[in-house]
Design a binder for this molecule. Structure first.
Ligand code: FAD
Ligand code: SF4
Length: 466
């Protein structure tokens, strides 16, 4: 029955898309979006809303799409999210709003993410200006890092009338949205840059190539007259396995591999820093980062093997990305773990030695623990290995900031749910507090911190004026 069946969406043909970096999912047309929006039964107590980390009024924006009022649909989204065109593309909706959509009980849930993307793209294409700003209040706030956490915090404060400046270490703002997630999942010019431009239109200043903790310290930022600082520096430090051979030429961290492709356009041979992968590439890991690295290597012409120590059902990557990777011919080696990377006589990768695994008892995370099968080691030839095992926050800022505590995994300690750190006037949120998580959670943390910063500055100014 049409009510229970999702309106299909178009994708680039896998045979073609493995030769280009263009977006894979083509999005809904106007007619398709309206058709899908009309499936929503406008629940009185919508189960989808509490499952959205920023509580978007989902039925309200979907109703506007059904009524062909795309402008209002986009306006509703803008009330809740600074990056709807990004979230519509990369949020794990299947584990959040769509998982609890009532229609999912009898059929397919509403394609909430794809509808969000449609309305947000419509606003971009029609150059809709959605942000309203209060009059400037004369107070300055500094933001460290321009990822989803920093962008959201900056946008919220700018709208409240604060003079906001972002300090960003890289030459391009956007955090993982520009350096991590590839073009074929999240177009940079069309989407990310437009969202950053919208932020600048709100009056936010962005200074790139500033590494806080090295170029300037947190205390020096305060000396420039900032009332509060939000740290949204992410979790960009790659984790390695510490197995023999990991220093061999031809072993990359997924972060380096993706950054060189996304930010330095290394996939283009006419650029200064082209990247070459071997005929066969092994990607170790099973998250979104592993899928992005594997699919990027495929587009550079390699045969790509993903090596993952559990089974397909435990893969942490988004379902859609796994499906896309399978369609693109990525070969999955489940229940397999690398034990050594093998080098040739010139010090370049020539192979990888792996061991087969089986699933044992449940571990603390509730997942069955992978256990090595004795005597099952085997080798296969690869010329490039990409380690995609996760990342942790960089300790630079806590190390150079008196009174700012972090834990043994370099995560900045917060003392309440609003991002207050162990030092007055400094707030933090996103991956640097939680460890690698998701775009929407980082945005939620940025939003909460913005409210707390506003409250802190307003209370302080009342005390000073009394
Ligand atoms: P980041 O996005 O990491 O931004 C931090 C920024 O701070 C960076 O620009 C960094 O350069 C800057 N910075 C760091 N240190 C300093 C310093 N000392 N001085 C100045 N600036 C500094 N999430 C999803 O929801 N869906 C996905 O599909 C998904 N795919 C992903 C794919 C990849 C390849 C990666 C790496 C992550 C993915 N994630 C995904 C996770 C998501 O991108 C992150 O959780 C999110 O970006 C965290 O936001 P953030 O603002 O905390 O940090
Ligand atoms: Fe619409 Fe599903 Fe949300 Fe109900 S739960 S309002 S059907 S999206």
């Amino acid at each position: 029955m049409a009510k229970f069946t999702r309106t299909p969406i178009s994708y680039q043909d896998p045979k073609e898309r493995i030769h280009n970096f263009e977006e894979v999912c083509l999005g809904y047309t106007k007619e398709e979006a309206i058709q899908e929006a009309k499936r929503c039964i406008q629940c009185k107590k919508p189960t989808c809303v509490p499952s959205c980390p920023v509580n978007i009024d989902i039925p309200r924006f979907i109703k506007k799409i059904a009524e062909e009022n795309f402008q209002e649909a986009a306006q509703i989204l803008a009330e809740y999210s600074a990056l709807p065109a990004v979230c519509g593309r990369v949020c794990p909706q299947e584990d959040q709003c769509e998982k609890t959509c009532i229609l999912g009980r009898k059929g397919e849930p509403i394609a909430i993410g794809k509808l969000e993307r449609f309305a947000a793209d419509w606003a971009i294409e029609n150059k809709l200006s959605l942000g309203k700003t209060n009059e400037k209040n004369g107070y300055k706030v500094a933001i460290i890092g321009s990822g989803p956490a920093g962008i959201t915090c900056a946008g919220e404060l700018a709208k409240e009338g604060y003079q906001v400046k972002i300090f960003e270490a890289l030459h391009e703002p956007g955090g993982v949205l520009v350096y991590g997630i590839p073009e074929f999942r999240l177009p940079k010019e069309k989407i990310v840059k437009v969202e950053i431009e919208n932020l600048k239109k709100l009056g936010v200043e962005v200074e790139t190539n500033v590494i806080v903790g090295r170029t300037i310290t947190v205390d020096e930022i305060f000396e420039e007259g900032y009332e509060a600082i939000f740290i949204g520096s992410g979790a960009g430090l790659p984790i390695f396995m510490n197995i023999p051979g990991e220093n061999t030429n031809g072993v990359f961290s997924a972060n380096e591999f993706l950054t060189r492709n996304n930010l330095m356009k290394a996939y283009r041979s006419d650029m200064d820093t082209p990247i070459k992968v071997g005929k066969t590439v092994a990607v170790v890991g099973g998250g979104n980062v592993a899928m992005d690295a594997a699919r990027t290597a495929k587009r550079l012409g390699a045969e790509v093997h993903v090596i993952y120590r559990r089974t397909q059902s435990e893969l942490p990557a988004r379902e859609e990305e796994v499906e896309n990777a399978i369609e693109e011919g990525i070969i999955f080696n489940f229940l397999t773990n690398p034990v050594e990377i093998l080098a040739d006589e010139k010090g370049w990768v020539k192979g990888i030695r792996c061991i087969k695994m089986e699933l044992g008892d449940e571990d603390q995370s509730g997942r069955r623990r992978p256990v090595e099968i004795e005597g099952s080691e085997y080798e296969f030839e690869v010329e490039t290995v990409i380690m995609a095992l996760g990342t942790s926050p960089n300790p630079l800022i806590p190390r150079t900031t008196e009174g700012l505590d972090s834990d043994n995994r370099n995560r900045i300690k917060i003392i309440d749910e609003n991002g207050q750190t162990t030092r007055k006037a400094i707030f933090a949120g996103g991956d640097n507090v939680t460890g690698s998580a998701t775009v929407i959670l980082a945005m939620g943390a940025g939003k909460e911190a913005a409210k707390a910063i506003d409250k802190y500055i307003m209370e302080k100014s009342l005390q000073t004026n009394n």
